[in-house]
Design a protein around this ligand. Structure first.
Ligand code: OGA
Ligand code: MN
Length: 287
């Protein structure tokens, strides 16, 4: 049983992120889990290396954070794992017939937060590495509390109290979700509308909540103004001083807070194998 005495929290030294050491996620005591949860709220992204979780193990660990949320629509129009519809597979691998075995392929996944196109987006996602390429496919995270706190005054004035469109059409790898049509006018994109600034329900801190750039749109501004404002906001929110990058090893588990963190993934060699399993935790209405 992993017990609190042995739980070590080692901050990345960057704007966010910490590694948790000394735990086996399959056998966490209540106290050890409490320490992890505390580390999660302090550091926003946690890495736990050397884990060997089956899907039921990953699901059980996810449920300690809350109720699991089924993933967004995959590119094949159904869950990847018949037995575990709450688990999303992220992979570049394909079946012998050429059907993708997971989302996102081998290309770059642009900066985004998960499932913000839903009215109630997930609060956190947990990603477990089953297979990783020898290099490439690193995942970066950016602290959106700091992005909000360091916003230039004029941008703050411009966005204060405003609502944004969060398009559902494409995933972060630029893949069209099954059943969706191309969007020509972002003001009419299908997907949720959320405040640009949200308050974290646990920490009480405010953060920028941008979703993803593609087809993003600030309601109440004309389209050119919205585009220009979004360009500035995204450049600010993803600057290197707010970010930290994770290099994956097989067995890693990463947990990130989707309410106050953006993430992106580098492309990798298409002939390499990368396979991750993910669960998402149900969140709350952004406010
Ligand atoms: C995700 C995601 C990044 C990665 O699972 O939401 O963006 O490293 N994945 O595959
Ligand atoms: Mn993502």
């Amino acid at each position: 049983m992993s017990n609190t005495l042995f739980v070590e929290v080692v901050p990345s030294g960057k704007a966010l992120g910490a590694e948790i050491k000394g735990v086996d996620l399959r056998t966490l005591s209540t106290e050890a889990f409490g320490r992890i949860k505390q580390g999660f709220h302090e550091h926003l992204v946690l890495t736990i290396r050397g884990q060997d979780l089956t899907d039921p193990d990953l699901i059980d660990f996810g449920k300690r954070f809350g109720v699991l949320e089924p993933p967004g629509m995959s590119i094949i129009g159904k869950p990847y794992l018949d037995d575990y519809p709450d688990v999303l597979v992220i992979s570049n691998l394909k079946s012998d017939e050429g059907t993708p075995l997971g989302n996102l392929g081998d290309g770059e996944a642009i900066w985004h937060t998960d499932m913000s196109y839903r009215d109630v987006p997930c609060s956190a996602a947990i990603l477990h590495a089953w297979e990783v390429p020898p290099s490439g496919g690193d995942t970066s995270f950016a602290n959106q509390y700091l992005a909000y706190e360091t916003l230039p005054h004029d941008l703050h004035e411009k966005i204060d109290g405003r609502i944004m469109v969060h398009d559902e059409t494409y995933n972060s790898g630029g893949q069209l979700r099954k059943g969706f049509k191309e969007v020509t006018d972002p003001r009419e994109a299908p997907g949720a509308r959320h405040p640009i600034v949200r308050t974290h329900p646990v920490t009480g801190r405010k953060s920028l909540y941008l979703g993803r750039r593609r087809n993003g749109c600030i309601l109440g501004l004309d389209l050119d103004d919205s585009e220009e404002t979004l360009e500035r906001l995204w450049a600010h929110a993803t600057q290197p001083s707010l970010a930290w990058t994770h290099q994956w090893r097989k067995g890693d588990v990463l947990i990130w807070d989707n309410r106050c963190v953006l993430h992106r993934r580098d492309a990798f060699d298409p002939t390499a194998r990368r396979m991750m399993h993910r669960v998402q935790i149900r969140g709350e209405l952004p406010a």
